[in-house]
Design a binder for this molecule. Structure first.
Ligand SMILES: NC(=O)c1ccc[n+]([C@@H]2O[C@H](COP(=O)([O-])OP(=O)(O)OC[C@H]3O[C@@H](n4cnc5c(N)ncnc54)[C@H](OP(=O)(O)O)[C@@H]3O)[C@@H](O)[C@H]2O)c1
Length: 301
């Protein structure tokens, strides 16, 4: 079996997948591993074919994605998922240096480039320096995902000005600073996408999380305002997750309450968020200023 045979069989496999020649299924019997692997490569290409993609929408393969807070939890899942689609990943971390290095290694094993940068997202000098370093290393930034955040629970009776500052500085000022720095880069490139991680509670606030909910409400307004300012070259959208990965300290009763109050009767998974991110990048370039809830329906209750 030579290379031409391999290509011929792999092409016929492609036709089978598209349903053009269903009778060709028999070629999958009795073929050597090399051919199977060629066919599987074709299959991966076909799998990544997405009928929702338009001709002109951005493709992740080869793009540079900068994600804040990408070392662990939801950010890590998003970073790995986008890397599997062929994107090169720059990520920020603050306290999770070890996890950031592990995530970078895992991404490099996929076969794309990756690097992690220490950043306190609420410090303008840190943000400017990180964007500068990312540009030096990767030359451009195609996608920015503002994912880093904190989630401070403080009952109303104990609220202080510091609680407000701690939430606003990280959750709202951080995305504001990154959008400002990276938005300018994207305008020069005449292309880019920004995705802000907000929260359904930015529209329907939780009890005991006033500064957090205000900060995420701010992210929602920031998203819409930037979508206008950066048009027509840059699309800016927000994802509004429901319960995905509960923070430490949530007990079983609280978890059950969340599930009961969610129409789809479950906690979401980080993959649900990664899929939404992928859709906003690859699905269409004609979407900007939207809020995409990924919340099992909680916003409609
Ligand atoms: N998980 C959920 O169920 C859920 C629900 C609704 C909305 N969301 C939103 O989805 C996003 C991801 O959720 P998550 O639960 O994975 O987030 P997370 O674990 O609470 O935080 C993500 C990362 O933010 C980074 N971070 C915090 N303060 C920072 C600072 N001052 N400077 C730089 N980085 C900082 C941390 O990096 P280091 O670890 O390196 O310090 C952390 O790993 C967040 O925006 C969150 O608000 C999540």
């Amino acid at each position: 079996m030579n290379a031409n045979d391999a290509i011929a069989i792999s092409l016929s496999f492609k036709k089978v997948i598209f349903g053009i020649k269903p009778t060709n299924w028999h070629v999958m019997n009795n073929i050597p591993p090399l051919i199977i692997s060629t066919c599987l490569n074709e299959y991966q290409t076909i799998r990544s074919w997405n009928p929702l993609r338009t001709q002109t929408s951005m493709k992740l393969s080869g793009k540079i994605v900068l994600i804040t807070g990408g070392a662990r939890r939801v950010g890590r899942h998003i970073a790995l998922d986008l890397a599997k689609q062929g994107a090169h990943i720059a990520m920020t971390y603050q306290t999770s240096e070890r996890e950031a290095n592990q995530t970078v290694s895992a991404i490099r094993k996929i076969g794309v480039r990756a690097a992690a940068f220490y950043t306190n997202v609420s410090w303008e000098a840190d943000v400017q320096s990180t964007v500068h370093q990312v540009l030096q290393k990767f030359k451009r930034i195609d996608v920015l995902i503002n994912n880093a955040a904190n989630f401070l629970r403080v009952p109303f009776s104990q609220l202080t000005g510091k609680d407000f500052d701690d939430s606003i500085n990280v959750n709202l000022k951080g995305p504001y600073l990154f959008c400002g720095a990276v938005g300018k880069v994207m305008l020069k490139q005449k292309r880019g996408k920004i995705i802000n991680m907000a929260d359904w509670a930015g529209l329907r606030p939780y009890k005991n999380y006033i500064p957090y909910c205000v900060s995420k409400g701010g992210v929602i307004t920031l998203t819409k305002a930037l979508a206008k300012s950066l048009a027509p070259y840059v699309q800016v959208n927000a994802i509004l997750p429901g319960a995905i990965l509960l923070p430490k300290g949530f007990n079983r009763k609280e978890r059950e309450t969340i599930i009961r109050e969610t129409p789809l009767k479950k906690i979401g998974s980080p993959d649900d968020i990664a899929q939404a991110v992928q859709f906003l990048i690859e699905g269409s370039d004609f979407i900007t200023g939207v809020l995409l809830p990924v919340d099992g329906g909680r916003l409609i209750t």
